[in-house]
Design a protein around this ligand. Structure first.
Ligand SMILES: *Cc1c(COP(=O)(O)O)cnc(C)c1O
Length: 412
């Protein structure tokens, strides 16, 4: 038998979403007439924008003629898409990001995990708590951690706990780390890092030779003009940060699959001998070898997001989900529950009432309101006592879910 990567055996069983599914299925079996509303998983519900669909139809037709047929494309993405991204997402915001620093991919979950291919063993990695589970699990798989402890945390990782008092955003840690994951607007808390806070992280990264892994999957949801959309809006970030972006929550691409990663040429890592090496070169080599590019059809669809028509349609899509968030916020305030997020992000992060644990509140909402959310503790120990409601849903479902919650929880 072949030896296995035993790091996989360190991963905690009973992963969050399977456990949620198990409880919901059991409830539905006992209560077949209940109409359960799912506000748990972060998947979009609204159809693809018309501009995107038109571009994809056209791209299919391109593939049907010799003159416009496309076979293998460049592994890093077609120039038409990389140039549109560089221009609209970065240069228009004053960021110095060139088209050839953008690597188009099949999604940013994949990139967040794959990026570890270009980093060596022994790096000290900081991850905020709570966090998107992919950051922790991919580091476990890559062997950057020890075993899981009693409380679910892994030995060897530096957990940067975020708290309600600081709007669930993290200050740089007091110790030095080699790499740090940041996510703003944040999944699961829906909160955003301010410009001064990001400046402190960039200063910290410069002083400590830290690589920041900045996940901006929810950038399109930023409504506050004081909040930066890209880490590269912070001076000096080109020397310290990789940024992950996705069309998933921006344009409904969760099933289409497209994202991109920015690796500036000025960003460096080091060899054992202390020699500096451009990370851009390594990621280019990694993608050229292990990846064969995103389909032409998908990239044409993604490029349509940057047309005037596409931009307007995407703005409407984002506004639709943010309006769901506003409905949830209004209901929580009527009940008297404390809610974070939901202004610059499609997630509501709610403090559970009466000192209930995250899972107790999950069971309470399922049994009494037939509403499914996500227990905060599933995103890390510091998420205990909180609960995430996703705003990705139909208006009808959000309104109905809030009606049911108000009926049960609103004090007369
Ligand atoms: C949804 C999400 C992504 C995007 O994933 P894709 O693979 O591009 O669909 C990335 N990061 C976070 C935190 C997310 O919630």
């Amino acid at each position: 038998m072949a030896a296995i990567n035993e790091n996989y055996l360190k991963l905690k069983a009973g992963y969050l979403f399977p456990e949620i599914r198990r409880r919901v299925v059991a409830f539905e079996k006992e209560n077949p007439s209940a109409r359960v509303i799912r506000m748990g998983i972060g998947d979009v519900t609204e159809p693809l924008p018309a501009a995107v669909r038109q571009a994809m139809h056209q791209a299919v037709d391109d593939l049907g003629r010799h003159e416009t047929f496309h076979g293998y494309g460049p592994e890093q993405g077609y120039d038409f898409l990389r140039e549109a991204i560089a221009k609209h997402d970065f240069q228009a915001r004053g960021c110095e990001v060139a088209a050839d620093e953008i690597f188009v991919s099949d999604g940013s979950k994949c990139d967040c995990g794959n990026i570890l291919d270009i980093f060596g063993p022994g790096n000290v990695v900081a991850i905020t708590d709570p966090a998107y589970p992919v950051y922790v699990d991919t580091n476990v798989m890559a062997g950057h951690t020890g075993e899981a402890k009693e409380n679910g945390e892994y030995d060897g990782l530096v957990y940067v706990t975020t708290k309600a008092e600081t709007n669930f955003t993290a200050e740089p840690p007091s110790q030095r780390v080699d790499m740090a994951y940041l996510c703003s607007p944040n999944n699961p808390t829906g909160t955003v890092m301010t410009r001064p806070l990001l400046e402190r992280w960039v200063q910290y990264a410069k002083a400590n030779d830290t690589v920041l892994l900045f996940d901006a999957a929810y950038e399109a949801y930023i409504t506050d003009p004081a909040i930066v959309h890209s880490i590269y809006e912070i001076p000096g970030a080109r020397d310290v940060a990789i940024e992950f972006r996705s069309f998933s929550k921006l344009a409904g691409f969760t099933g289409v699959r497209c994202g991109f990663t920015v690796v500036p040429k000025s960003l460096k890592g080091r060899t054992k001998n202390g020699e500096a090496v451009e990370l851009h070169k390594l990621w280019h080599r990694r993608q050229s070898t292990k990846f064969n590019g995103v389909s032409y059809i998908t990239q044409r669809g993604a490029a349509a997001v940057y047309t005037d028509e596409g931009r307007a349609q995407v703005r409407d899509l984002v506004q639709f989900y943010l309006a769901n968030a506003a409905i949830i916020r209004q209901s929580m305030s009527e009940i008297g529950l404390t809610m974070y997020g939901g202004v610059n992000a499609p997630y509501a992060w709610i403090k559970t009432p009466d000192g209930m644990s995250s899972w107790q509140f999950f069971d309470y909402l399922l049994k009494n309101c037939h509403v499914v959310g996500t227990p905060g503790s599933g995103f890390g120990a510091a998420g205990e006592g909180y609960f995430r409601l996703s705003c990705f849903n139909s208006r009808k479902n959000v309104e109905e879910a809030m009606r049911r919650i108000l009926d049960k929880l609103k004090k007369p």
